[in-house]
Design a protein around this ligand. Structure first.
Ligand SMILES: Nc1ncnc2c1ncn2[C@@H]1O[C@H](COP(=O)(O)OP(=O)(O)OP(=O)(O)O)[C@@H](O)[C@H]1O
Ligand SMILES: [Mg+2]
Length: 490
């Protein structure tokens, strides 16, 4: 368990960019030098051993010739040869044995084994003509055999045939490789010191570089933290790298969006409180003025009470509208989809609104190109269309008309609501779906709206994956076109 925790801790550390840069730099620096060092030193050893072998081999060949010349195999008293042998064994810190045909050691530079018989594989092989060399790494010496050959005259003296070489003895030599190992050790030590210095320098460079490289990212984090902590809401700027610039750009865009959202939220809250306060203020004024007149007539009471009831209705409507907007705002708001006869729904909506239209002296007509059945949330769809028709009636003229036209193709159905009303100026068209937006505040106040109707309508339509568009000529009339899919796609 402890091990796993440790591993996780380390893994987390390695997720740091700084640590990664540091490690990569270190590896990039250290690994090649490590490989080079070992490559060169290993190579040195084999090369040095090879050179030593061929040196000794050459010396032995020369010596073998001398041995024959001085007839040393028969008589070992030659001072010249003995001196040469001495020199050779001193030179290579080694031991030379000379063995005659009967495998007897006739000379040992150590003087220990003279007169003894030696029968070993190497010696036998050498008598057959093949010398060998063997490097004993563990004990630190090279063992070599060289045949001593002598020319034997062939029987045929007339033909001038070449003389036959015959192995008459064997030289066995073992030379120490201590000096090579010592040199290698010195080299090794030097390489290690250089490596250590390089490692220290690399650690330093990697440390500094990783810190420097990472700094812009730390600056981004710091800048974002400052914004988060609320010290500033200015746009941040860390232009060091293209990458940090991208991060900062994205962050600034998000900051901009958040500001817009925050502004609209604040505006919304102040609008809501204002709208909610207006009816209450009116009620307070009405109630106060009644209280100030202790003997006010009953008629006045009745009149004011009607006004107060109207204000309560207004307040109630605002709250209901707000609640339905909030509900639709939450993305979780679920649609209660069912297959509905749109013609019947529209007839019902118009039936409900006709009394209001009659009061305003506005004629409402319904036209349907074909019967339409579609998958909608009846309540929300009714709310959306009711708001549009209600507006068409409210913002109309005396003896005006409202026309509702239903049509469909194989994919969508459209409800077109046109009126002969006051119209909407071109430049405010984009604002009419905003909450609490009203084109002419004084006029609308008289008509009595809160500016939430179209916001609710649009939300309800968007939830059905539909669209809403408006066209208007001020003074002549307005047409809203609602386009909705026949089959609801979740
Ligand atoms: N058919 C129309 N003709 C002219 N102006 C319209 C029409 N429909 C909407 N408007 C304008 O758009 C504004 C916003 O409409 P919306 O339905 O959102 O609010 P409202 O009718 O004022 O209040 P509410 O519908 O919440 O009671 C209206 O105040 C009005 O100025
Ligand atoms: Mg409205």
């Amino acid at each position: 368990m402890e091990k796993i925790k440790n591993l996780l801790g380390r893994a987390k550390l390695f997720r740091s960019l700084k640590v990664r840069i540091f490690v990569i730099m270190l590896l990039v620096g250290v690994v090649p030098s490590f490989i080079i060092k070992h490559g060169i030193l290993d190579n040195y050893e084999t090369r040095a051993i090879d050179v030593r072998k061929s040196d000794v081999q050459n010396q032995l060949k020369i010596l073998a010739n001398h041995l024959i010349t001085y007839n040393y195999l028969q008589d070992t008293s030659s001072e010249v040869i003995n001196a040469e042998l001495e020199q050779l064994s001193n030179l290579y810190d080694g031991r030379v044995l000379i063995i005659d045909r009967s495998f007897k050691i006739i000379k040992d530079t150590y003087g220990i084994s003279e007169g003894k018989i030696i029968i070993s594989e190497e010696v036998m092989k050498c008598f057959q003509g093949t010398g060998m060399s063997n490097h004993d790494k563990v004990n630190g010496y090279i063992e070599m055999t060289t045949p001593i050959t002598s020319a034997v005259l062939t029987q045929d003296l007339t033909g001038g045939k070449p003389d036959k070489e015959e192995v008459v003895g064997v030289m066995l030599i073992s030379v120490s490789t201590d000096s090579i190992v010592a040199t290698q050790e010195i080299l090794n030590r030097k390489a290690m010191i250089i490596e250590l210095i390089m490692l220290l320098v690399l650690v330093g460079i990697a440390g500094v570089l990783s810190t420097v490289l990472i700094r812009p990212f730390e600056r981004v984090t710091q800048a974002i933290n400052e914004v988060k902590a609320g010290f500033t809401d200015e746009q941040i700027s860390v232009p060091d790298y293209l990458e940090t610039e991208h991060i900062v750009d994205a962050f600034n865009q998000m900051l901009g969006r958040m500001k817009v959202l925050d502004d609209s939220r604040q505006e919304f809250v102040s609008n809501v409180s204002h709208e909610l306060k207006t009816p209450i203020t009116s009620m307070k004024v009405l109630a106060d003025s009644l209280l100030q007149q202790p003997d006010a007539p009953v008629e006045l009471y009745k009149e004011f009470m009607v006004d107060i009831a109207d204000e309560i209705d207004r307040e109630n409507k605002i709250i209901t509208d707000l609640l339905s907007l909030v509900k639709m705002d939450k993305k979780v708001a679920e649609l209660n989809i069912s297959s509905a006869h749109i013609n019947e729904l529209l007839e019902l909506i118009l039936k409900r609104l006709r009394p209001i239209a009659r009061k305003q002296d506005v004629e409402v007509v319904f036209e349907s190109v074909r019967p339409v059945t579609a998958e909608v949330d009846e309540v929300k769809f009714t709310l959306a269309i009711s708001n549009l028709v209600e507006n068409a009636i409210k913002y109309n003229k005396q003896h005006g008309w409202v026309k509702v036209l239903l049509d469909a193709d194989h994919q969508f159905f459209t409800v077109e609501i046109s009126d002969s009303g006051i119209g909407i100026p071109e430049d405010v068209m984009e604002h009419i779906y905003e909450r609490f937006y009203r084109v002419d505040k004084s006029h609308s106040r008289e008509i009595g709206g809160t500016g939430l109707g179209l916001a609710i309508t649009r939300n309800a339509i968007l939830m059905h994956r539909g669209s809403i568009k408006a066209e208007s000529i001020p003074g002549e009339g307005t047409t809203f076109v609602v386009k909705m899919p026949l089959i609801y796609i979740a």
